[in-house]
Design a protein around this ligand. Structure first.
Ligand code: NDP
Length: 307
């Protein structure tokens, strides 16, 4: 409790760890509150083929272990605790975990967001084995295959269209009889010959052996169940930013993302943001890392003015 840190980074996905590498190299001795399961969403991802510098791809967990090792090499300290509350009302800022209370001059929030799930047991079973939330990451694994995309927003349209570059057929399954996506995205979807829309339908169960082989569907108009053979299922039903602990401390938008005028600053001086917690659109490892770099440089600049 007696040390006031220069910078505390909350979260240990690519945004937080990139910030840690930059701030550690600048000899700011950042403390990373990494959570109980460090590494973020990439720890449950298989091969990443679009992170520059790895022509043969790299396993998500390996990439994150490498980032942790790189941050620690430059003297970033990671603690494996969950933040339970923050106090940005007075300086130095306070950050509480179940066992500790930390003081800091600046903060980088990089706690990410979670893809919304259907909350089916079978969804957990086949996560990474045919169930995905990222077409840019995983569509290439479905060359010549049949895939389902769930959702009716812009993400679902974008995922469905992306996957048709590889898959021979994409079923777009939506619980209503109209999409909420923008007209331009809908037009793109309706004119894509590889996409077939299944309206008024939800997924009751995901079936398979080692990997996904099909879905049990439920039509909410006819109240009937049916089976659909697919090789994979992509969820595009929105994301939930992990901002519950910040909601009385910092400005959030109506969905819960941290408000930022420029992708780095927040409504509180000395508190910066990086990664998916402020980015509903791109959600890539490279964009999260880029935001982490920017947040670290801004934190460094802020601290240099304090000294
Ligand atoms: P949205 O919240 O816009 O859409 C989520 C969709 O998933 C909705 O159709 C919703 O159904 C459906 N859904 C939610 N929960 C469930 C559930 N449990 N079971 C079945 N279906 C469910 O999220 P998006 O990720 O699509 O978009 C987020 C933001 O990012 C938006 O502002 C969007 O415009 C933007 N975006 C823009 C892009 C672009 O411009 N290129 C690309 C991607 C995203 P219902 O319709 O019934 O509510």
């Amino acid at each position: 409790m007696d040390t006031t840190h220069n910078v505390i980074i909350i979260g240990s996905g690519p945004a937080g760890l990139t910030a840690a590498i930059y701030n550690a190299r600048a000899e700011l001795h950042p403390l990373v509150i990494a959570g109980l399961e460090p590494g973020g969403q990439l720890m449950t991802t298989s091969v990443i083929e679009n992170f520059p510098g790895f022509p043969d791809g790299i396993e998500g967990p390996v990439l994150m272990q490498n980032m942790i090792a790189q941050a620690e090499k430059f003297d970033a300290k990671l603690v494996y605790e969950n933040v339970v509350s923050v106090d940005f009302n007075q300086k130095p800022y306070k950050i509480k975990t179940p066992g500790n209370e930390y003081l800091t001059k600046s903060v980088i929030i990089s706690v990410g967001s979670k893809p919304r799930r259907l909350d089916l047991e079978s969804e957990a079973k086949y996560w990474g084995k045919g169930v995905s939330t990222c077409a840019i990451c995983d569509a290439a694994f479905y060359k010549g295959k049949v895939v389902a995309v769930i959702g009716g927003g812009d993400s679902a349209m974008e995922e469905a269209n992306t996957i048709t570059k590889f898959a021979k057929k994409v079923y777009l399954i939506h619980r209503k009889n109209e999409f909420k996506a923008s007209k331009i995205m809908q037009d793109k979807t309706f004119t894509n010959p590889k996409i077939e829309v299944i309206w008024n339908t939800v997924v009751n169960e995901i079936v398979g052996d080692m990997v996904v082989t099909g879905l049990t569907l439920f039509n909410n108009q006819t109240n009937t169940e049916s089976e659909l053979k697919v090789d994979g299922m992509f969820l595009a039903i929105g994301h939930i930013p992990s901002t519950e602990i910040f909601k009385d401390q910092i400005e959030l938008d109506e969905v819960g993302y941290i408000k930022t005028p420029d992708g780095v600053h927040t409504s509180i001086e000395g508190v910066f943001v990086a990664g998916e917690v402020a980015d509903p659109s791109y959600r890539q490892v490279i964009t999260a890392s880029g935001m982490g770099c920017k947040a670290a440089l801004e934190a460094e600049r802020y601290l240099s003015h304090l000294l």
